[in-house]
Design a protein around this ligand. Structure first.
Ligand SMILES: [Zn+2]
Length: 812
């Protein structure tokens, strides 16, 4: 695959040359300053260079691109390996040092003294100089390419790890720095604590020579004079840098109490405007970070320790977090703000299931054998971790949300965690922080290792929306984090699974009887069917495909770089097709296999693939292998690709399911209620005496959503009916999903008396308000357009950047 960037397109480049060299550990040391909205400090990167290198011969050759990365140790023989196409043509714009590492052993030429070329200005690399000619790499220097954007890089230097006292014990060649790093990286999992400590010590070792660097829009390129191969290139480097206030990885804003805070936004560019890194998921690394901020602030991060602050000089404190499970750098998250830890009120009653309510049958569900991932202290190998149903957790939010957190969120966490454990087994992560993020967060939730962000919109109404969303984010611990997509275009591998599992977890958390659970899940399928139809009608066909790269999925260039098509398209963020089609595929598979068999298989799959990256076929192949052939006629990986993953529109097999969806009892109940409302709506204002008052049934939140969606299909709904609807179901107090449909009704029928509900929604539920802006503008009603503009003006400053761009386009 050629890496050619067309600036007019919305593709996201992944520039890092991960085929040559891989980051194994990051040590961040940062100061967070709210006055300047800058995070400044150093990052030290520890590398391992490839030592089992592929031969560059025919295009049919199959090689594992991550030489030094054990992530390639998949159990499945075929799909884990990536066919390498023999591409020698590279865009000259960026330039690649695309050489071959031949030797196996490492040698450190930077060794003994300060024999480094520091004469040249650090930024003095001219791009023409390293435009590579793959045929002539003998005289070229190795170029480390890191993903980097919107950062001011101040200095890059080699770190003299040999100067760390006691480091000799790791190596027989104590003066060879790269050898020291190599042995430090290779320490066995049971010495993780010692390894972390030495990483920290090494990160503070003195520099031993500045390195040459240059930056462009998407990358930071570093080289060392005389270092021709990745093996020669320093394996521990320190970068001093600062972020920019407008950088797209972090959002500086204020919380619901009006106090300043900053958090990573789950932006399409991930963390590259927070720290220079290797973005491609194949670069799985561990990290540790020390972050200093004003003592009044709380620093939360994806770390496995629940850090407590250390008091520093007057008014400042520092927080230290680490992880020992290698993860893609894109999953790193940080949030700093004036948050309060929410604790349950002592005598709070809790009508949902508690830990004891779950059967212990899963305890004997153990798989023997070692894990398939690279070595780390894995919870799946720890007997007491495998039986832990509820992992330790904390909730943080601004103090003003204390009551709603205590009432809505806190009681839900234990039953949801426990439900997840009962379905999938071992929690991959040892603990969980949950943070209620500021109003401008652009989605309902986001999961990172050890930390989940939840939108304040999940806290409204009953527990339904909060519970399902929490279950969704908890499911990402397995699908999306512990098992990641090797190719980011296969987003369905995390979103489809999390959407499918959220229903299953939530039914268990509520302790529903099997038939009740089934009914509720059918109802949710109905709702998603509506949404999918809507999405398919209103989005470009090419955006509806779950595996857009087809047989090229997972391919990268020789250097390891690649391009994610439409990765920067602002509208993509708001599309749900990956969630919905992925969900329906998994539902279809579960039904074909039988639920019990499917979930037994899923546990086995998790056990095999946790800690690794996968492609669609890894899942599908293993699934099909586990079903006797007579049980799956016409079901093959190829057919599933064709019918579900590589076509736009609604998949054929799903079309056939349509009838079954209509047979849902809860949905039929809704239809009956809709009929009543239609009758009410048709009645003349002055009713005859003999007309009976309609008696309306009590509906579940999901039923309300469906009801309002049906009513949205009505041509006219009178203000009187709308008023009655609002009163009957207390619509202003329902959860954000219900209120969203209610607002759509208000807009469609220009029900001016309830415009305040729309205004409130646009301010408080920014994660979901985007479509409403569109509806308001489409109506071409001056009053509605004015309402949209006014709300946008009020929230524009705070609004998430992608959302603001999409809304601005609708409005002006
Ligand atoms: Zn494991």
């Amino acid at each position: 695959m050629d890496v050619k960037l067309d600036p007019s397109r919305d593709d996201l480049p992944l520039m890092a040359n991960t085929s040559h060299i891989l980051v194994k550990h990051y040590v961040l040391d940062l100061d967070v300053d709210f006055a300047s909205q800058i995070i400044e400090g150093t990052i030290v990167l520890f590398f391992e260079s490839g030592n089992r290198f592929k031969k560059r011969s025919s295009s049919t050759e199959v090689a594992c691109l991550s030489e030094s990365n054990e992530a390639c140790k998949f159990r499945m023989p075929e799909p884990c390996q990536i066919p390498v196409t023999n591409t020698k043509t590279f865009s000259s714009k960026i330039g690649y040092n695309d050489f071959v590492i031949c030797g196996k052993g490492e040698k450190d030429t930077s060794g003994k003294d300060g024999n480094h070329d520091n004469q040249e200005q650090a930024s003095g690399i001219s791009s023409s100089k390293y435009c590579c000619d793959t045929g002539n790499h003998g005289s070229e220097e190795f170029l480390l390419v890191l993903d980097c954007c919107d950062l001011s890089v101040l200095k890059v230097e080699e770190v003299d790890v040999a100067a760390v006292p006691g480091i000799e014990k790791f190596t027989r060649s104590p003066k060879l720095r790269n050898q020291i790093v190599h042995e430090l990286v290779a320490l066995p999992a049971d010495r993780w604590r010692e390894q972390l400590d030495y990483y920290a010590l090494c990160s503070q070792a003195p520099g031993c020579g500045e390195l040459l660097f240059d930056t462009d829009t998407w990358s930071l390129q570093i080289r060392k004079t005389g270092a021709q191969t990745a093996t020669d290139f320093p394996h521990a480097i320190r970068i001093r840098y600062r972020t920019k206030p407008q950088g797209r990885s972090v959002t500086w804003t204020s919380d619901q109490s009006g106090r300043p805070c900053v958090y990573t936004v789950g932006s399409p560019i991930n963390n590259r405007a927070l720290f220079p890194c290797q973005e491609p998921p194949v670069a799985m690394s561990t990290w540790q970070a020390t972050v200093r901020a004003a003592a009044s602030l709380v620093v939360l991060m994806s770390g496995e320790n629940s850090a407590k602050p250390t008091q520093l000089r007057e008014g400042y404190s520092s927080w230290h977090y680490y992880i020992t499970m290698p993860m893609p750098a894109s999953t790193f998250t940080i949030a700093v703000g004036s948050w309060t830890e929410m604790k349950p009120e002592i005598c709070s009653s809790n009508d949902l299931a508690t830990e004891r309510s779950f059967s212990p049958s899963e305890a004997d569900f153990r798989y023997v054998g070692v894990c398939g991932h690279m070595e780390y202290p894995c919870r799946f190998q720890n007997a007491s971790a495998t039986t832990q149903k509820i992992i330790p957790h904390r909730v943080f939010a601004p103090a003003c949300l204390k009551r709603v957190c205590q009432e809505t969120l806190l009681p839900l966490i234990p039953p949801c965690l426990s439900a997840a454990h009962s379905v999938l087994g071992t929690h991959p992560f040892s603990r969980l922080d949950i943070l209620i993020v500021p109003a401008n967060f652009s989605s309902l939730g986001m999961a990172s290792p050890h930390i989940v962000f939840l939108s304040q919109s999940t806290l409204t109404g009953m527990s339904q929306l909060c519970g399902t969303r929490l279950c969704h984010e908890i499911a990402h611990a397995w699908f999306g984090l512990a098992i990641g997509a090797r190719d980011w275009t296969e987003e369905w591998l995390s979103e489809g699974f999390a959407t499918h599992l959220e229903d299953v977890f939530w039914a268990k958390a509520q302790q529903l009887a099997p038939h009740e659970a089934q009914e509720q899940q059918k109802l949710r399928a109905c709702l998603r069917w509506h949404r999918l139809q809507d999405e398919v009608q209103n989005s470009p066909e090419e955006m509806q495909v779950l595996r857009p790269n087809k047989e090229k999925t997972g391919h990268v260039s020789d250097s390891g770089s690649s391009v994610i098509r439409h990765g920067l398209n602002p509208e993509k963020v708001f599309m749900q097709v990956h969630y919905l089609k992925g969900y329906f595929l998994l539902q279809f598979l579960a039904k074909t296999l039988g639920e019990d068999t499917y979930f037994l298989f899923l546990r086995k799959f998790v056990h095999t693939f946790h800690g690794q990256l996968i492609l669609s076929q890894d899942f599908l192949q293993m699934l099909l292998e586990n079903i006797p052939e007579e049980k799956r006629p016409e079901l093959s990986v190829g057919n599933i690709f064709r019918d579900w993953l590589e076509s736009s529109g609604i998949p054929q097999p799903l079309q056939r399911e349509r009838q079954a969806l209509a047979e849902c009892g809860l949905a039929q109940q809704v239809s009956a209620e809709v009929a009543k409302w239609v009758r009410v709506n048709r009645r003349p204002r002055k009713r005859k005496r003999k007309d009976r008052e309609e008696v309306f049934e009590k509906l579940l939140p999901d039923q309300l959503v469906l009801l309002l969606e049906h009513l949205l299909e009505q041509k006219t709904v009178t203000p009187r009916t709308l008023q009655s609807l609002k009163r009957t179901y207390h619509l202003s107090e329902q959860d954000a999903e219900v209120r969203h449909r209610w607002c759509e009704l208000i807009v469609k029928h220009k029900y001016t008396k309830a415009y305040r509900d729309v205004e409130r929604f646009l301010q408080e539920d920014q994660a979901m308000g985007i479509y409403l802006y569109g509806e308001l503008m489409l109506s071409e009603d001056p009053r509605q357009q004015h309402l949209a503009r006014r709300c946008f003006e009020l929230s524009r400053e705070q609004m998430d950047r992608s959302s603001a761009a999409v809304v601005a386009e609708m409005l002006f």
